[in-house]
Design a protein around this ligand. Structure first.
Ligand SMILES: [Fe+2]
Length: 297
């Protein structure tokens, strides 16, 4: 399906959007000017304005970084409270979860969950979360909150797919045409003893959400995808190269205890990490939602 005019690579609407997006890319959500401080229980009078700003940064730049003013007794409860406050209520836990809406990511190598890369200490390549999901359950947001960082490594890199789209148009508009075809990638069926059971699914790398905004599904784990044609496969390989060459638009963050990110499910990767037996394990709470964050007050 063709992308709407705003994302067509040539219309005046696209040119205006491109100019605006490149301007906002000059700011970094991780910078002091855009950092968001929140109280864990959201009881401070500044918190509503901070939540409003956080949602605006996510919409404009793909993600926002926040930090808590203090460490609460029960981080899970307060992270759930934060997510609810910004209208993240429809979660997609998958089959592995640790609370009503969150998963606790840590190195569980050697266990049943440790078959899945998020539950190991290994590096994870560029992807959007839930790229294999049913189209009716397209993820619009993933959020991470750090309870304990790793002893070494484990940083997160983020890249907004809106900037990737601009790069692809600048490089070769045919790449976008190939990657926005309906069903351009096949995500093979998966069934396992943890309860995953999904049929073959088809998706495109770039598509339009019902609200008119741009969406993306992608992974550099090429063994997880069959491409519709050799040209489409070649275009996907170019995407890998273009992501690597756009390091100026990548944001590298090593979350510390009490820090987190809220995103609109942009591209991201994780560096490998190692724990120190004398220190707490790396622990990250992850939420995945079918909505983008909104603050109504
Ligand atoms: Fe992820």
């Amino acid at each position: 399906m063709a992308l709407p005019e705003k994302y067509d690579g040539k219309s005046s609407d696209y040119r205006a959007w491109r100019t605006q997006r490149l301007k906002s890319a000059e700011r970094s959500p991780g910078s002091a000017a855009q950092s968001i401080t929140l109280t864990p229980e959201l009881k401070h009078e500044q918190d509503p304005a901070s939540l409003h700003k956080l949602c605006e940064i996510v919409r404009e730049q793909g993600y926002a970084l926040y930090q808590w003013s203090e460490q609460p007794e029960n981080a899970t409860t307060n992270v759930e409270q934060l997510h609810r406050a910004i209208s993240l209520t429809q979660h997609d836990r998958g089959v592995v979860s640790d609370s009503a809406s969150l998963s606790l990511l840590k190195d569980l190598s050697g266990t049943a969950r440790g078959k899945y890369i998020p539950y190991t200490s290994q590096a994870m390549g560029w992807h959007t979360d839930g790229y294999y999901n049913d189209p009716k359950k397209t993820l619009r947001c993933f959020a991470l909150h750090c309870i304990h960082p790793a002893a070494t490594g484990g940083s997160l890199s983020l890249l907004d797919y809106e900037l990737l789209l601009i790069s692809l148009y600048d490089e070769d508009p045919d790449l976008v045409l190939l990657l926005s075809q309906n069903h351009c990638m096949k995500l093979p069926a998966n069934k396992d003893d943890l309860g995953h059971d999904r049929p073959d699914r088809y998706a495109s790398v770039f598509f339009n959400h019902a609200d008119g905004s741009l969406g993306s599904r992608f992974t550099t784990r090429s063994k997880n995808i069959s491409w519709i044609s050799p040209d489409t496969r070649a275009a996907a390989e170019r995407v890998n190269e273009i992501i690597a060459s756009n390091s100026h638009w990548q944001h590298n963050i090593r979350l510390t205890a009490g820090q987190g990110v809220i995103t609109r499910n942009i591209l991201h990767r994780r560096e490998a990490f190692s724990d120190d037996k004398k220190l707490p394990q790396r622990q990250m709470l992850r939420g995945r939602y079918l909505q983008t964050p909104q603050y109504a007050n």
